[in-house]
Design a protein around this ligand. Structure first.
Ligand code: SF4
Ligand code: SF4
Length: 436
């Protein structure tokens, strides 16, 4: 940790505590070590040699959602996100995982996420499981009961997977409708293109309707966010270097992200590679080129007409929005998605209480820390139910799944639908003819 942590950032914390009310884990527990200030103090104590990085320390670091709500609240501009990533990286260097955990980490971080071929294979296998009746057999025979409850719940709300991603569906270049405003590139993501390929396709088509030519470089790889959040920084850097080269060659003005979790790492490639002289300059260009789809549409797009929030009856429909923490706290985009939603005819937008608070998804947090994630989700659902919204919109696949889980658990799926903002908008373009 001494070698990996930025000591200036540790000492920048003046222990004012302004970040405490913003922190979901502190709000849930009321405990100082579960707060940003407490975690920074623990990190500093280890770096100063005052305490050992024992299991309790590691647990405290793992309880952090990485939502970064503490950063905008901090008057000293402490880069907490960087500190927690550096800490996890240092912990991972000496981690003693059990053989199955080691195997799973190796399989997903090295074998699946970085390789398009493996992701396609995963998508096809999942689709086969979902559609061939295997899922029914697994549930009927009680096989699923071998898995912990939270994994069974997650399995039940997974969308239909596919091995056919956005490039296989619409090619690598999609023309602008009408006069071209700019040539942009889509960052398609790894899981996103397997579990939410429709959203990727809709993103491209929505951008096209708004006047953008969209290229989808086929050699792009996973952003590395899951690696970075799990202490695999070298692997995250390797993926970033590949993306720099691929997107530079695409010759675009913007690199568009439709997933807050990915976008937040992409806009920080400059920091990720700042000690790599060969790539640092290109990383700055890359980070400055990344933009969230909502912001690009609002700031530069020629927005199409969006008709009828309720595509069937044309009546007024209540909608609400759950912020993606990374989109809000790192990419600083919270206004643009809201402005876009309000463009749809007959929409009645209801702001959800604490919409800026994490939903508990946080990458794979809801898998690794199910108890805390479930507790946070319960509070979120209480606020979501209060809105009485017909649609709950989000801008990140992880948030979407977590909210869908909450809606199912609360038995309100017949009156509240969870959707990505892009899908909601695309489906409501007036006079749209190019259906998938
Ligand atoms: S708000 Fe910033 S300076 Fe104050 S305690 Fe939190 S991290 Fe430290
Ligand atoms: S990243 Fe989120 S959970 Fe972690 S300390 Fe900051 S506010 Fe709390």
């Amino acid at each position: 940790m001494l070698a990996k942590l930025d000591y200036d950032q540790l000492t920048n914390c003046m222990r004012c505590g302004f970040c405490l009310p913003a922190c979901p884990t502190f709000r849930e527990t009321g405990l100082e070590p579960e707060s940003p200030r407490g975690r920074i103090a623990l990190m500093k104590a280890v770096v100063d040699g005052v305490m050992d990085p024992d299991q309790a320390f590691e647990d405290q670091m793992n309880h952090c959602l990485g939502c970064r709500a503490c950063e905008p609240a901090c008057p000293a501009d402490v880069k907490y996100g960087q500190l927690i990533e550096q800490t996890r990286d240092a912990i991972e260097d000496h981690a003693e995982h059990s053989a199955p955990v080691k195997g799973l980490r190796k399989l997903f971080f090295k074998g699946v996420f970085p390789h398009r071929g493996s992701l396609k294979w995963m998508g096809r296998s999942l689709a086969l499981y979902q559609k061939s009746g295997l899922r029914r057999v697994a549930r009927g025979t009680g096989l699923m009961k071998l898995f912990p409850e939270h994994l069974r719940e997650m399995e039940s709300i997974l969308p239909d997977a596919t091995g056919k991603g956005v490039v296989e569906r619409i090619g690598t270049v999609y023309p602008a409708k009408g006069e071209k405003i700019a040539r942009v590139a889509l960052f398609r993501g790894c899981i996103m293109d397997v579990m939410f390929a429709d959203t990727n396709v809709n993103t491209v088509k929505l951008l096209s309707e708004a006047g953008f030519e969209v290229v989808i470089p086929n050699d792009q790889v996973c952003c590395g966010a899951l690696h970075a959040h799990s202490g695999e920084m070298d692997q995250a850097r390797g993926l970033a270097r590949t993306n720099l080269k691929v997107f530079k060659e695409a010759g675009v003005e913007h690199i568009v992200s439709n997933a807050g979790g990915c976008g937040a790492l992409l806009v920080e490639y400059d920091h990720l590679l700042h000690e790599d002289p060969e790539h640092a300059e290109l990383a700055v260009w890359f980070a400055e080129s990344v933009i969230d789809v909502s912001r690009l549409l609002v700031e530069r797009g020629r927005l199409p007409e969006f008709a009828d929030a309720d595509v069937h009856s044309g009546q007024s429909v209540k909608i609400t929005y759950q912020d993606s923490c990374h989109l809000r706290n790192v990419m600083k985009s919270s206004d643009a998605p809201r402005r876009l939603m309000k463009q749809v005819a007959n929409v009645s937008f209801v702001e959800m209480k604490e919409a800026d608070r994490c939903c508990g998804s946080a990458g794979i947090y809801n898998v690794t820390q199910p108890e805390m994630a479930g507790q946070i989700l319960e509070h979120k659902m209480a606020h979501a139910n209060e809105t009485e919204a017909r649609y709950l919109l989000t801008s990140n696949p992880g948030c979407l799944l977590q909210m869908k889980l909450g809606v199912e658990k609360h038995g309100v799926s017949d009156r509240m639908e969870v959707k990505h903002v892009v899908d909601f908008l695309y489906e409501r373009i007036a006079g749209r003819t190019d259906d998938k």
